[in-house]
Structure formats: C-alpha cells, structure tokens
Write a protein that binds this ligand. Structure first.
Ligand code: GLN
Length: 258
C-alpha cells in the first residue's frame, strides 16, 4: 500500500501483545508514537500483534509494554515463533522500545520469583531474576536525551552483560536492580526500560529518536520533522522530576508478587 501523496511517507508501528502486555499505561506509548508520527507529517499504520497472528510484512517501529508474570507466560510461545524475525529486525537497525515485562523478555531469560524460567530473545544482553520485594515508585534517569522521568513497578532485578550499555543512569529510583544505578539497556536502536508512565509522552526527545530511525528506514530518506509544540510535555516532565528529586528515592516494598 503506497503512502498518500500528502504524507512524507508511511510508517508501520507494531504493538506487541497489547492485550497481555500493556499494564501501567504502556498503551500510551503506542498512542504517543502514532500521534507524533502523524504530526511530523507521516502516515502511521498501527498493527496490533496478538499471539498466533502472522507478523506484518512491513515493520518500521516496535513497541512492547509491561505485564504481570502471568501475562508474560501467555506470550512466551508466540514470542518464540516470531523471535527470529524480531532478532533480524533488531540487527537491521529497526527501532524498538520494550518496557518492563517485554524488556525482560528481550533479554536472555526472566526467572520469576517463583522460579519459573521464561526464555528471552537474547536481543539485549541482560538477565532478570524476580525478587520477593518489588521495586516501585517514580524514577528519574540521566540519558543521552537528557533527564527522563517515569514510574517503575517490577519484581525483576536485571543484570547487564559486560558490554551491554544501559538506557540511562538512575538519579532517583531503583532502575535495573537497585544496586548498580543502571536503568534499562540499549543496543543500537533497541531500547529496553522499566519506565512506565507511559514513558514517551513526557519524554518526547526519546519518542522522536525512535521516530527518526523509523522514518529513515521506511522512506530511505532523512527524517523531516514537523512543527510540534512540546511545551506542555516539557512542563509535565520538569514538574515530575522536581517533585521526585524533592522526595528522594523510591522505596522497596514487601508485597505479594503477582
Ligand atoms: N512481571 C514482571 C515483574 O514483576 C514485569 C512487571 C511489569 O511489566 N511491570 O518484574
């Protein structure tokens, strides 16, 4: 299907498992990316990928959200079916943003706090083990796109491989494991992160970094940004960061792990 003549090009945005893996508002990342792609003057086709469905022919940008251990178990078989395609897309430089549960499954494995091992795709060199305490609260990172703010709620403690770069450095909150001050992981155009919120609306620089890579892959031309006023997003992020810095780090909470 050719893009309409008015648009700068057509971008296919694939949301992985929106029914099982979109807790804590992560569907908002897909809505934010689609809205920004259109405001930049491109056509955006959103493809929801559900377990058992064929993976789309074109995929220029992928988003995956968080999920409870049970939700992750429900998608692991399908993830194995499409795993080679996802690894190929990642190697080719397709931008991807994987949040929390999907971040964990883009690593080597997620071993739940009950000892169930969910195999991962190995796209990111990380391994995650569920803990009896959950890491919950607001979180502020330093990243290459400046300060990034979000919300985290995970039992999984993630350890980076020796050469795996993080997505950011924790300034407030827990991050990957509450110990090494890293948060998330990034390899080429693939970002994994624990930040819910959804993370992208309040951090438009990260959204546009993903869109830039997607537009260039979809059109074969340099990205042509459109005029977007991010003053409201910038105000929201600034206020969230100020409040979290004033309050200090998030607290470990002993809660039943679901
Ligand atoms: N179930 C996983 C954990 O508890 C992921 C949670 C999430 O996606 N918010 O760590």
């Amino acid at each position: 299907m050719q893009p309409t003549s008015a648009s700068k090009g057509r971008i296919v945005l694939v949301h992985l498992y929106p029914r099982e893996m979109s807790i804590y508002g992560d569907l908002g990342n897909t809505r934010c990316l689609a809205a920004r792609i259109r405001r930049h003057g491109y056509e955006c086709v959103v493809h929801d990928h559900h377990p058992g469905m064929p993976f789309p022919q074109d995929a220029h940008l992928l988003m995956g959200g968080g999920g409870q251990d049970s939700g992750q178990s429900r998608v692991e078989d399908d993830l194995a079916v499409i795993g080679d395609r996802l690894r190929g897309l990642a190697t080719d430089g397709t931008p991807m943003v994987m949040i929390c549960g999907m971040y964990q499954m883009f690593g080597h494995a997620f071993i739940t706090s009950e000892g169930v091992e969910l195999p991962g795709l190995g796209i990111l060199d990380v391994t995650t083990r569920g803990q009896s305490t959950r890491m919950i609260g607001g979180i502020v990172l330093d990243t290459e796109w400046g300060e990034v703010v979000g919300f985290e709620n995970h039992s999984g403690a993630t350890v980076l491989g020796p050469d795996q770069a993080p997505f950011g450095r924790v300034r407030v909150g827990h991050g990957n494991n509450g110990q090494d001050h890293t948060e998330g992981a990034r390899t080429d155009n693939v970002i994994g992160s624990y930040l819910h919120g959804p993370v992208l609306p309040a951090n438009p620089a990260v959204a546009d970094a993903l869109i830039t890579a997607a537009a260039e892959r979809a059109t074969g031309r340099a990205f042509e940004p459109g005029p977007i006023d991010d003053s409201l997003a910038d105000e929201a992020r600034t206020r969230q960061i100020a409040r979290l810095r004033a309050r200090g780090t998030g607290k470990l909470k002993d809660t039943a792990v679901h």
